[in-house]
Ligand binder design. Structure first.
Ligand code: GLA
Length: 713
């Protein structure tokens, strides 16, 4: 709901539990008034007169888009350099409109539908630059989506040296910052630190959102915890090099900004051209980090992820990667397929190594035709074998890459990202295709399309195993090389858009050397993403916990793999690996033919049990009950929206002789209902389970538990 108040020139945008307010001040500048729990339109006059946010000094005004070189010495939101080298800017209000629906964001993933949008047009006092600020809210969501469109209305080109998507200036409080950092096999570990004066910046310069830092920042107010207190979130709907900054000003106020990374960036905007910046999804929660996590999960499921797949039952796959790596032939695949069918798995995914002459990671990326040395009969017999067994078939691609040892490279060496005279950095022995070039996108689109057209393929795993270097395209003029990183992402989105549109029934899963491109932009095209190459029964609790900070569990692909674990060498019970993998889009990643009879029985039971609760994975609310980074236990609970059912999964890491009296509070149940926990043969009120809690089970190292909870009638 968006309202404009003519007497104050104020805007009030309200979602489910929050309001966001801004107004045009006496000097014609758009400044922030409020972002927090709901308030009313009548309160705007009070907020303006209160003066807390009213300041005469430019460097204290809570601008909605920060200018440059005019006395506001916080970091600007935009730096637009003109022909004469001048770059100062300051923005005044020109007009606004309020429309139903979402704004058009051509070429970028974006919030899909519903809602109401406020678009405020601002003009730079000193140049021909217009900035249109878009704000979209939904009555049932605690997320507000913002972005900026930058238009050059003059004749001369302007170079944007920075063009962030939003700026939100918040009042002085005690803030902490939450970031999700990581590496390969250790993605999205949460870290909370106090926010001190100056600029705190998280970013990626890798051309992809990255394993190392996720495009998300949480801002915790005072004593915000998992279940209580106020916090904010910033999440970019973007998969490329990004930056999010939190700047605590000398007066204690906080400026939050973010968007395309301004390092290694420069965008030439000719007269009449427009740059649309990626959307940022800002969130407010007064129910702690858990509230934010649930708000983001709802937002991503309702507004970002492909509606054709988001709530549909996910295929339970077996993927041959850790079973065979590159070493397979028809017979090996047949044996995996036959076993998969016997165990109740519904999709067989053939991973890396099926194409070109690929027997290791040194060749053939780009040659998307079947390796008939390895698969003597081609793909058809493999697919036939699946069909005969009632299984669907999925296939791995790495569409954005090229090996130097490939027919594609021999034909088009210039299609790889590199700069003449500079030895390219290789990652996993491969180079990246220059997706800033239309003909390269076209080639990959056709090559992948041919395979998807020729064969019955219901699932694609889209990998991306290295990040970018030598940000340079031979096709771009010198004064546009700064556009490379963003243009690459636009090329990736174009390819993903065209392939997913052409094959609307194919389920696309994202992947990037594990979870190196796990972001809202990628989730727009890929309803689920491979969370991490680390499937160890202990490590995964941390990765999934961290990822759930701002992504829905249904977006996480989670597989049971072999022991000792290939990444950590740890041995964990089969049941534990299955239990943890059931908190997401579950599947298997091991040699099924090598399982013991008991393990096979386990798989059958896990699949049957998963199908009883997968509606909670797809549609439920997640409550994170015991933090694996802070205690000896991991525990999460999925609760149905009507709170009539819940599913609890927990793990105890070490057999500690003295922690047997610990209480686990089942936060998220309804205090006014009575519940039955099947496995404990226990009936108790929601009040008791939530406030008094239950005892953590006593289990050996890496032992796990699963509880099914139902309302007792
Ligand atoms: C990446 C993925 C793996 C597998 C390999 C294949 O590492 O994360 O799951 O697909 O590539 O090369």
């Amino acid at each position: 709901m968006i309202k404009f108040d003519e007497t104050t020139n104020g805007f009030l945008l309200s979602g489910k539990n929050f309001s966001y307010a801004a107004y045009v001040n006496g000097e014609g500048c758009l400044q922030n008034l409020y972002f927090g729990k709901k308030i009313e339109l009548e309160d705007l006059g009070y907020l303006i007169s209160r003066g807390g946010n009213r300041a005469s000094d430019a460097d204290k005004i809570p601008f909605e888009y920060g200018g440059y070189g005019r006395g506001d010495y916080r970091e600007p939101t935009i730096v637009a350099e003109r022909k004469d080298g001048a770059a100062m800017s300051g923005f005044c209000y020109v007009s606004h409109k309020i429309c139903d629906g979402v704004p058009e964001v051509q070429g970028l993933p974006h919030a899909r539908s519903g809602g109401q949008t406020l678009s405020v047009t601002l003009k730079d006092y000193f140049s021909d630059i217009l900035v249109i600020l878009n704000y979209t809210v939904w009555e049932d969501s605690d997320v507000i989506v913002r972005n900026a469109e930058i238009v050059n209305t003059g004749k001369e080109p302007v170079t944007l040296k920075k063009a962030f998507s939003f700026c939100a200036d918040l009042p002085e409080r005690e803030y902490s910052v939450l970031r999700l950092y990581g590496s390969w096999a250790k993605e999205r570990y949460p870290e909370v630190t106090k926010l001190g004066r100056g600029v705190t910046r998280i970013q990626s310069l890798r051309g992809a959102s990255s394993h190392q830092m996720n495009p998300f920042m949480g801002i915790l107010c005072e004593s915000c915890t998992e279940n209580e207190g106020e916090c904010y979130g910033v999440q970019l709907i973007y998969s490329g090099s990004f930056a999010i900054t939190a700047e605590v000003n000398y007066n204690g106020t906080l400026r939050l900004q973010g968007g395309i990374n301004d390092l290694n960036f420069g965008w030439k905007l000719c007269g009449g051209e427009r740059l649309i910046t990626p959307q940022a999804a800002l969130c407010f929660s007064c129910e702690g980090l858990g509230g934010m996590s649930r708000a983001y999960a709802d937002f991503l499921r309702e507004r970002i992820i492909n509606p054709n797949f988001v709530y549909g039952r996910r295929p339970i796959v077996v993927n041959n990667w850790e079973a065979t790596y590159f070493d397979f032939d028809d017979e090996k695949l047949f044996s995996l397929i036959d076993e998969a069918a016997a165990l109740g798995i519904d999709t067989f995914v053939l991973d890396d190594g099926w194409f070109g002459k690929r027997n290791d990671d040194k060749s053939s990326l780009g040659d998307w035709f079947v390796n008939t040395d390895k698969l003597k009969g081609g793909l058809k017999p493999v697919i036939e074998r699946c069909k005969k067994n009632g299984l669907k078939f999925g296939l791995w691609f790495e569409p954005e890459m090229i090996s130097e040892d490939s027919d594609l490279y021999r034909a088009h060496p210039d299609w790889a990202v590199k700069k003449e005279g500079v030895e390219p950095v290789r990652g996993r022995n491969q180079l990246v295709l220059d997706l800033t070039r239309g003909e390269v996108v076209e080639y990959v689109f056709n090559a992948v399309s041919e395979i998807l057209t020729e064969y019955e393929i219901s699932y694609v795993k889209w990998d991306f195993n290295r990040t970018l270097t030598e940000f340079y395209s031979a096709r771009l003029p010198a004064d546009r090389q700064g556009e490379f990183a963003h243009r690459y992402v636009l090329g990736f989105y174009d390819l993903a858009e065209r392939l997913t549109a052409k094959f609307p029934n194919v389920f696309f899963e994202g992947c990037a050397g594990g979870g190196g491109r796990f972001d809202a932009g990628a989730l727009y095209y890929f309803a689920q993403i491979w969370t991490s190459d680390d499937t160890d029964g202990l490590e995964r609790t941390k990765i999934q916990w961290g990822t759930a900070t701002c992504y829905p569990v249904s977006g996480m692909s989670c597989h049971v793999s072999a022991c000792p674990n290939h990444q950590t060498q740890r041995i964990t019970p089969f049941e534990t690996r299955g239990a943890i993998a059931s908190l997401g889009a579950t599947g298997y990643e091991l040699d099924l033919t090598k399982l013991t009879e008991e393990e096979k029985q386990n798989v059958k039971e896990q699949i049957k049990a998963y199908r009883q609760i997968d509606d909670l994975v797809l549609k439920g609310d997640l409550y994170r009950l015991s933090n694996p980074f802070e205690s000896n236990y991991f525990c999460e609970m999925l609760v149905a929206k009507d709170k009539a059912r819940a599913y609890v999964v927990g793990e105890r890491f070490r057999g500690d002789p003295c922690d047997y009296d610990r209480i686990l509070k089942l936060y998220g149940l309804d205090e006014n209902k009575t519940y039955r926990i099947t496995e404990l043969n226990l009936t108790a009120s929601g009040k008791a389970l939530l406030n008094a809690g239950v005892l953590f089970p006593r289990l050996p190292d890496c032992g796990s538990w699963i509880w099914h909870i139902e309302e007792a009638k």
